[in-house]
Design a protein around this ligand. Sequence first.
Ligand code: TMP
Length: 208
Amino acid sequence: MNKKGFLVTFEGGEGCGKSTQTQLFCQFLKKENINYFMAREPGGTNFAEYIRMLVKDPTFEDKSVMSELLLFEAARSDVVEKIVKPTLKSGSVMVLDRFYDSTLAYQGYGRQMDKDMINYLNEVATGGIVPDLTFYLKISPELAFERKKGNELDRFELAGLEFHKRVEQGFDEIAKDNPERYVIIDASQDRNEVQKQIKQAFLERYNA
Ligand code: TMP
């Protein structure tokens, strides 16, 4: 049994099924009697959920990219201090639906902001916490586009296919640079198959 706390993050572009897989993974942890806490980013605390509402509100679509970046980091700092750090300290598994890799992929690659600055801000907001395991649910933006519908499709279209391709390239490179913690999963597969691979990779590392 792992006693020192274990941080698992789920990453990927829009429409990769990340949130569903995160929920299924939490059900699995519960069944296995493994103590865990789950949060999504941006979000996880009242303050961070409020920021989530703000960054997703189409009324403020014209906000500057820098203000958006700083909002993501502000939300992150709150959830890290109030939830992530105490959970890890207690020896439980912390599950995060997105973490700082999303900022590098979306703001760094997608919005083409300065990557060194983003790495620095990520470090400040997390206090240097690094995931033990990161699942990258990889799906082509074209297929993700087909899977989306309604409001979500509007949001996807607003940023444009080129943006989502840059985000995908971002996650590809982040995964390549962090092979010790990254597990890449083909998210175009059946959702049960995806979950099976997630559980297997988790157990191998958690029990190591
Ligand atoms: P999601 O969790 O439903 O995918 O929504 C979060 C959205 O925010 C998604 O479009 C990715 C985006 N995002 C960033 O652009 N930067 C970040 O740092 C984070 C955490 C999310």
